[in-house]
Design a protein around this ligand. Sequence first.
Ligand code: VAH
Length: 329
Amino acid sequence: MSEILNFAALIEKAMNKVLVIGALGQLGSELTLALRELHGKENVIASDLKQPEGKIAEGPFELLNAMDRQRLYEIAEKHNITQVYHLAAILSAKGESDPKLAWQLNMESLIHVLDLAKDKKLDKVYWPSSIAVFGPSTPRVDTPQNTVMDPNTVYGISKLAGERWCEYYHQKYGVDVRSLRYPGLIGYKAKPGGGTTDYAVDIFYKALEEGSYECFLSEDTYLPMMYMDDAVKATIDLMETDGDKIKVRSSYNVSAISFSPVEIANQIKSQMPDFEITYNPDFRQKIADSWPDSIDDSQARSDWGWKPSFDLKAMTEDILQGLPELLKK
Ligand code: VAH
């Protein structure tokens, strides 16, 4: 009997063919490798605007502009795709420099993926939302799953609209689309791209390269954050959960740590006593001030067992251990 069950499990795994859109981004570069561990290297097709380097190049890759609907359908057909992780987006700070492009890319690409899921009856779709869906009128402390949402960045507006589209495609067409409202993601293995929370990554690079950092947010700017290892874990845990346990089809609040620039600077100083930080808030301060200080993620914890592993100290130790190696390459 066990041989039959093993064979069935092998078949089931072999049936999973995953496409990652935006696989070379800050989240994608780590999530793609974790998905290949889970599903097998050959069953996870990475895609992005440019050719990959490093470990991602060791598995299947396709060039794909997330707004190219025809190319998306061609790739899905060629690889018999059963799941899509759609990570490509223009983030909060960069989005304000070209609002129309940010809206067009973030929204059109999502609709293409949702249509593909509907037309080809894909098993599952993952699409990231963000705490950027909250705005100045949202309760700032322990922000609830369901609350006032008045985002005032194009990125946040596109993520709020995207959540509504995800719930619509689930309710109207039965598409199994799942989503997380990521806080600021702190990952050092790929450079961040145009976010307001990027200071919490930049600070480590500058601490190691220059011994000092000029922060573009004020020292007491509290923001919800999460180490990339926890973000990868939350994403895969959500996607591997039994569908009938998923009660939220817009996007789940998730959180891990909340800290301010002075707190992360002090954590770095505890390991690098000579490190110095100065503060020179820029346009991103207004964006950060519109977002919550902390998030209530109790529904994610009860529906599918979400539990973060890294606090500020553990995250700082892990980065200061791993980043020097990366900088030597
Ligand atoms: C940004 N890193 O700063 C993203 C994130 C909550 C912020 O969505 O735009």
